[in-house]
Design a protein around this ligand. Structure first.
Ligand code: BGC
Length: 752
């Protein structure tokens, strides 16, 4: 064969030969393929599929297998392969012989992560917790945030962002809720999809993760969520499905946990039937880091074993080679996975235009997006006597606790972003391996500094709140006392309960006694109990507000920003209001242990969610349980009224109404539309987010996503919608409707 020969005849000769696969055959086949030049993959006028196919035909088996796994802790020789790319979660190895570049991966949802300072000195714009974005209900803001973090990732040399956390929030104790968006499939799916689309607009890939039902951390490597198919389709899967449609992610990350007994990363139902069969996903599936348990994952639909060195074996590496040699795994499966990876890299331009490092970043500009998201996500929970916004005549402000003189708190774990300006305080979780990388981290604009800037006429003094008497005495001397309450959440752990802890309830009670004009601002990744709720005048949920969090808090307090956040999760009175008052697996080993490889002996257990498809508010609504703050709730410094509800019936119904700002300042409203089926609870079917000046009105039309209201029929494998009259409500929160009307939805069947 000369250099100009096409290699295709050679491939036919050796690869279509039947039936026995021998090492000899493979070696000679690979060699023949490798030696035959075929440059068609370089032709950018061809489709990504055609280019991937051509490239695949040029590669050896070893080169293909090299694409199928990444390492979390690479050896120096592997690092050499990475070249100048930055250290982070891992990198796809590329094909050096063919100049196919390695592609670096980074965590992700709140910015370019740098857990444990893998890249010393490197900082990135830190967005607020995903839950704050959830509270904004703003798809455009989600997209803008995605565009921004994706551009930073690319400028730092990353081609894959491990973003798009779209697990539904089922339990307010779960440690990673701050990385997720809401308890509602429509809200989560739309926001995650928008963020992913924004990230990928930079010519890079984003994941959506963790597919599926990995809704708590405790025992995440061993538990199985046992749930009938229809229930998962109508809840967690629907969030992924919508995110996939809107975001078209290049990759889906399967989870640590199991679904109906099978590990999600070797679950053919999830990865092949649902993802590829029903949703037509055409990217590649990567595992979570240390979540693969056998080579059969490849057959089930996994394409890449991520962090393979965290698993018991390199299943999609050394083990795969052995099994192919032994004739146990057909090489075609390797081709399938490698083709999916390559076509995705082509489709996102990563082979033609791989990211390079050191591209300048306009951090000043990017921080404005962090500020917008933080401000839009603040939820004003209580405002007795309209204490807020604080008067510009306020003279003395006592700021107490929450390390408010240093910065704001962020959620911990793989998503940790070291904010621009650096981490100002880091408290390690522990000394052992991964635990030493998980740090309670404070950074960004300190609330103290931001308040001083927002209230230049006032004296703003700070005490850390450790000494309750000192705090109460400072509060007593001030016009206003502001307590920054905080609770840290982090990957790998769930909270035992919903208490704030660290003596903060007592602190708030003391301060409120000393100064009746007390405001509590909560920095947390979940709702918390508020035994002091009636003793304080105002409460703001700030979530983990990101690097401009201090500024956003000050602006909401001063009124420069009119709060418009609405709860994306139900705020329960106590854990006994939850479907599972005791968190499943309580007392089992922690998930974090399994990441370090020491918890694999934890005993498997099963989680059965009594609420089934009715996560969050749907459960509260169905059971008639009244939480202190319901889903969708959030106050404003102005007021909105709805009128003139019209519905268009038929196959694609629409709902129109007018929103008026009847208060005295400009504000943003999130008008929520719920539907109630004859025998069911309320479900969010759409919403309108509008900014109106005082006295202004706007007519809006909401087109519902009917799958939210449908039953998934497992026999016929489709959604069955309508054929019934539902009650439509236009509401300020799920339990606060202002308009309602009956709507007949035509009976119809929708594709799965
Ligand atoms: C997390 C993933 C993350 C991965 C890589 C895992 O522990 O579950 O969300 O993307 O680590 O850092």
């Amino acid at each position: 064969m000369t250099e100009t020969h096409s290699k295709r005849p050679a491939r036919k000769r050796c690869c279509l030969h039947r039936p026995v696969i021998t090492i000899l055959m493979l070696v000679s086949c690979s060699a023949a393929m490798a030696s035959a030049p075929d440059d068609r993959w370089k032709d950018s006028s061809l489709t990504s599929d055609a280019r991937a196919q051509a490239l695949l035909a040029t590669m050896t088996l070893d080169e293909k297998i090299d694409l199928l796994r990444t390492l979390a802790m690479p050896s120096p020789s592997v690092i050499a392969r990475r070249g100048s790319l930055p250290a982070s979660a891992g990198f796809v190895w590329g094909v050096p012989r063919l100049d196919i570049p390695p592609i670096a991966e980074t965590d992700a949802s709140m910015g370019v992560a740098n857990i444990g300072h893998l890249r010393p000195g490197d900082e990135a714009t830190a967005l607020p917790a995903a839950l704050a974005l959830g509270a904004s209900w703003d798809m455009e803001l989600a997209r803008q945030g995605g565009v921004m973090i994706g551009s930073e990732a690319r400028s730092k040399g990353f081609g894959i962002m491990l973003a798009g956390g779209v697990n539904l929030i089922r339990d307010p104790r779960a440690g990673r809720n701050f990385e997720y968006l809401s308890e509602d499939p429509l809200l989560s799916g739309r926001l995650a999809g928008s963020a992913v689309a924004g990230i990928q607009s930079n010519g890079i890939i984003s994941t959506i993760k963790h597919f599926a039902l990995n809704d708590q951390e405790t025992g995440r490597s061993v538990y199985s969520v046992d749930m009938p198919e229809a229930q998962m389709r109508e809840s967690d899967h629907l969030a992924f499905q919508i995110a996939n449609e809107i975001g078209q992610p290049g990759s889906v990350m399967c989870a640590y946990s199991r679904v109906n007994g099978e590990h999600t990363c070797q679950n053919a139902f999830l990865l092949t039937d649902v993802l590829r069969g029903d949703w037509k996903f055409d990217g590649f599936v990567m595992s979570d880091w240390g979540s693969v348990h056998s080579t059969s994952a490849l057959t089930a639909g996994l394409d890449m074993q991520s962090g393979a060195d965290l698993d018991a074996k390199e299943y999609l590496g050394t083990e795969l080679r052995k099994e192919i040699t032994a004739g146990k795994v057909p090489p075609a499966l390797v081709d399938r996975a490698a083709r999916r990876i390559l076509r995705t890299l082509f489709a996102h331009g990563l082979i033609d235009r791989p990211p390079t490092t050191g591209v300048p970043i306009d951090y000043q500009k990017n921080s404005e997006i962090a500020l917008s998201q933080a401000a839009a996500g603040m939820v004003l929970l209580q405002n007795e006597g309209n204490l807020l916004p604080l008067s510009s005549r306020v003279r003395g402000i006592a700021l107490i606790g929450g390390h408010g003189d240093i910065g704001v708190l962020s959620g911990g774990g793989s998503s940790q972003v070291i904010p621009v300006g650096g981490a100002k305080l880091e408290i390690k979780l522990g000394e052992a391996s991964f635990a030493s990388m998980v740090r309670r981290t404070y950074g960004g604009t300190p609330p103290l500094e931001a308040l001083r800037a927002a209230f230049p006429q006032a004296g703003v003094d700070y005490v850390n709140g450790k000494d309750r008497k000192a705090a109460a005495s400072l509060a007593a001397q001030a016009d206003i006392a502001i307590v920054l309450a905080e609770k840290w959440s982090f990957e790998g752990f769930d909270s035992a309960d919903l208490t704030l802890g660290e003596g903060q309830d007592e602190l708030i009670t003391h301060v409120a006694k000393a100064n009746p004009r007390t405001v509590v601002v909560i920095e947390a990744g979940n709702p918390v109990l508020m035994p002091w709720r009636d003793k304080v005048k105002a409460i703001i949920m700030a979530w983990y507000p990101g690097q401009r969090g201090g500024d956003a808090i000050a602006r909401v307090l001063s009124g420069a920003v009119n709060p418009s956040g609405h709860l994306p999760i139900t705020w329960p009175a106590a854990t006994d209001q939850l479907p599972l008052p005791v968190l499943p697996g309580t007392g089992t080993r922690l998930a974090l242990d399994s990441v370090t490889g020491t918890g694999l002996d934890a005993k498997p257990f099963s989680i059965v969610y009594p609420e089934g498809s009715d996560a969050g508010y749907r459960w509260f609504d169905k059971k008639g349980v009244k939480p202190p703050y319901s889903f969708g709730y959030g106050l404003s410094y102005t007021a909105f009224r709805y009128r003139s509800l019209d519905v268009t019936e038929g196959v694609t119904p629409s709902i129109s109404f007018s929103i008026s700002n009847v208060g005295h300042r400009t504000g943003t409203d999130v008008a929520q539309v719920y539907a109630k089926r004859p025998n069911g609870g309320r479900r969010l079917i759409g919403w309108a987010r509008v900014t109106l000046k005082s006295g202004e009105s706007r007519r809006v039309t909401v087109k519902p996503d009917l799958r939210v209201l449908a039953d998934y029929d497992t026999m016929t494998r489709r959604w069955i919608v309508g054929g019934e009259q539902v009650k439509i409500e236009v509401s300020h929160a799920v339990d606060d409707p202002e308009l309602s009307r009956e709507l007949t939805i035509a009976r119809q069947f929708l594709a799965p």
